[in-house]
Design a binder for this molecule. Structure first.
Ligand SMILES: NC(=O)c1ccc[n+]([C@@H]2O[C@H](COP(=O)([O-])OP(=O)(O)OC[C@H]3O[C@@H](n4cnc5c(N)ncnc54)[C@H](O)[C@@H]3O)[C@@H](O)[C@H]2O)c1
Length: 248
């Protein structure tokens, strides 16, 4: 049997990259999937697409209400909407700081807030927040992003603690460098890309499908006793540092 048969999943950021890979993987496993995004989904995106800006609480409330009206339930939420940012504190305007936190962190709080009522009524649900390796450890010139992803870790734990009694599981994924439109700037700088990729112990970057595979596990009943966890999907990046070139 398909691993998400009879489940209804909503995916923010579902028009691109990791979110889109989740939409495709979940759909292939039998879920009815709704992609939510400010951008346009590709024509071959399976399931239903709805426009949503995760910063707009009233829009979030309406969209989640409409999903429940249409499908009768809501089993899985993936929070993959996000933006990159660059700059140290002195190089970051307050407006840029706020925009990154609003989309990457507050957006995930708002979408969670407006699916929890239905999940509580069902007494089941799985929320999956896409964090980052840079929420587990810092990196230079990336303060707003690092902070937004660090916040995702605590949002994940807080939700898991507050709603576990209703059989709602909340987990997060911390991807390493993944080849998506968000990281095209990295690919444009070959030397930087190769250095960054080499910091992953598998000596390569990842594909969005490799993140979606782990999201699928967390979404499915196979993860029925997993909650409050941040799982690195980073080819070993967070395992540590190499001080010598890898053996041939
Ligand atoms: N690609 C990586 O290397 C990487 C690594 C770690 C974490 N992540 C995280 O994974 C998530 C997905 O990133 P991606 O690499 O797939 O990027 P992406 O740019 O391919 O996709 C992000 C999607 O989010 C959407 N989005 C942006 N602002 C939005 C808003 N206000 N409301 C709704 N949708 C919005 C975009 O339109 C886009 O479709 C992000 O949270 C990102 O921070 C990515």
């Amino acid at each position: 049997m398909a691993r998400l048969q009879d489940k209804v999943a909503v995916v923010t950021g579902g028009a691109s990259g990791i979110g889109l890979a989740c939409v495709r993987r979940f759909s292939a496993e039998g879920a009815q999937v709704v992609s939510l995004d400010v951008g346009q989904a590709p024509a071959d995106c399976p399931g239903l697409f709805m426009t949503l800006d995760v910063r707009d609480e009233e829009q979030v409330r309406q969209v989640m209400h409409e999903v429940v009206q249409r499908f009768g339930r809501l089993d899985v939420l993936v929070n993959a909407a996000g933006i990159a940012s660059h700059g140290s504190v002195t190089a970051t305007s307050t407006a840029d700081w706020q925009r990154v936190l609003d989309i990457n962190l507050t957006g995930s709080m708002l979408t969670s807030k407006h699916v929890l009522g239905q999940m509580q009524a069902q007494r089941s649900g799985s929320i999956i927040n896409i964090g980052s390796i840079f929420g587990l450890q810092g990196c230079d010139g990336n303060v707003a992003y690092n902070v937004s992803k660090g916040g995702i870790n605590q949002l994940t734990r807080s939700l898991a603690i507050d709603y576990g009694h209703a059989n709602i599981r909340v987990n997060g994924l911390c991807p390493g460098l993944i080849e998506t439109p968000m990281t095209h700037m990295v690919r444009e700088q070959q030397a930087f890309h190769d250095f960054f990729a080499s910091q992953h112990m598998l000596s390569r970057s990842g594909q969005p499908e490799e993140v979606a595979n782990v999201a699928l596990f967390l979404a499915s009943d196979e993860a029925s006793f997993v909650s409050g966890q941040m799982i690195a999907v980073d080819g070993g990046f967070s395992a540590g540092r190499r001080f010598a070139p890898p053996a041939a």
